[in-house]
Design a protein around this ligand. Structure first.
Ligand code: PLP
Ligand code: COI
Length: 355
């Protein structure tokens, strides 16, 4: 079924919470806008999509989300420029990835039109919730989970797809020092690391707590087999600059195919920065840090855009990154956010105008 404005049921909130929000001092993902988009999958089909006031949900204790963790999500941002135009960045890639995740978790795929038209209609209603201050955006969280009931360990027969929004500021505040993980793994070959499955993040919390107790903010995940190769930086893809080459690791079963990652690679190449996509050994980072050729390390993802890493810990030793004036990280962050917020031309056709 083609989804158009006509067949999305819209129930507007009688009151707005917008005046309670301090838009000049936003943290990440802590306040939620007035409305959400909701669509249920029942009897083998997606039902009438709705936009309704943001509200609590009612679920049976036997809903399979609680027992078997069928839950996936996406992370996107909506931007508003000085003329009140609203934009999304490469949204089709998020839709495709959501459906890659859905397939892996044995969940129904969401038709592109439901996702895209639902999101656009929601953003038109929530336009005033999109922050315009530098470093802020409306974080958009599409997610789907199993509402179908039963203790039998098998896929549910009903699901809920929701898009909720949170006006958000920066994901990290201050320096990010990371610990290179030598024992725990985020993902494994044949597993679900390439999907945005909720459980992937739950599995990261405990090792990250341990790292925090040692004074680090994030974990650098290494391969589950040997722990010799770096894979991701917390919930971000990882980049390293060695001399003047920008390196990142290839995506795989274990690594999320990040939209920021691939945008950065394209922009870097257009800027004349030499890039290499290849496996990176922890030993190579340690050696490059010791001989001074490791200039930068940063994480890349929608929430944080680019998050510079100030140093890393490995086998009980700390390695500091140099403090440079002109970093690739800062340049690439500016280039990507200028495209996202309509402050530069969109050479690659990534910016989609919503309204
Ligand atoms: N890696 C993981 C595990 C993530 O959760 C994310 C966040 O979405 C990313 C990488 C970055 O992906 P993207 O740039 O598409 O947000
Ligand atoms: C994002 O970068 O959008 C993510 O989804 C990471 C998330 C865990 C905040």
């Amino acid at each position: 079924m083609a989804v158009t404005l006509d067949n999305i049921q819209v129930e507007l909130s009688q009151t707005s919470k917008i005046n309670d929000v301090d838009f000049s001092n936003l943290s990440f993902g802590r306040v939620f806008s007035d409305h959400m988009f909701v669509c249920d999958f029942e009897d083998g089909a997606w039902q009438t999509p709705k936009i309704m006031p943001y509200q609590a949900l009612s679920l049976e204790p036997s809903a399979k989300i609680f027992h078997y963790g069928q839950s996936i999500f996406e992370g996107m941002k909506a931007y508003r420029d000085s003329e009140n135009n609203v934009f999304l960045f490469r949204p089709t890639d998020n839709i495709k990835r959501m459906n890659i995740s859905a397939k892996r978790l044995a969940m129904p795929e969401i038709p592109e039109a439901y996702f895209m038209e639902g999101l656009k209609e929601l953003l038109k209603i929530e336009k005033d919730w999109i922050p315009t201050t530098e470093g802020s955006a409306l974080y958009v969280r599409p997610f789907m989970f199993a509402t179908g009931e039963g203790f039998h360990a098998s896929p549910a027969d009903s699901y809920k797809f929701i898009i909720a929004c949170a006006p958000s500021g920066p994901y990290f505040s201050g320096k990010v020092k990371v610990l290179i993980e030598e024992h725990y793994s985020r993902s494994a070959n044949g597993g679900v690391g390439f999907a945005k499955a909720g459980g992937n993040y739950a599995g990261q919390f405990y090792p990250t707590q341990l790292a925090k107790e040692k004074g680090y903010q994030q974990v650098i995940w290494t391969d589950d087999n040997t722990h010799e190769y770096i894979e991701e930086a917390g919930a971000m893809n990882i980049f390293a600059r060695i001399n003047d080459t920008l390196l990142t690791v290839p995506t795989s079963d274990r690594i999320l195919d990040g939209i920021t990652r691939k945008s950065i690679l394209t922009i870097a190449e257009a800027e004349g920065i030499k890039t290499e996509v290849r496996k990176i050994k922890v030993a190579e980072l340690v050696e490059a840090s010791e001989n001074g050729s490791l200039k930068e390390l940063f994480g890349a993802g929608t929430a944080a855009v680019i998050s510079p890493i100030s140093g890393f810990g490995f086998k009980g030793k700390d390695y500091e990154l140099p403090v440079l004036e002109n970093t690739y990280g800062a340049l690439l962050k500016k280039r990507v956010t200028d495209i996202q917020t309509n402050q530069s031309s969109d050479l690659f056709g990534w910016r989609i105008k919503v309204c």
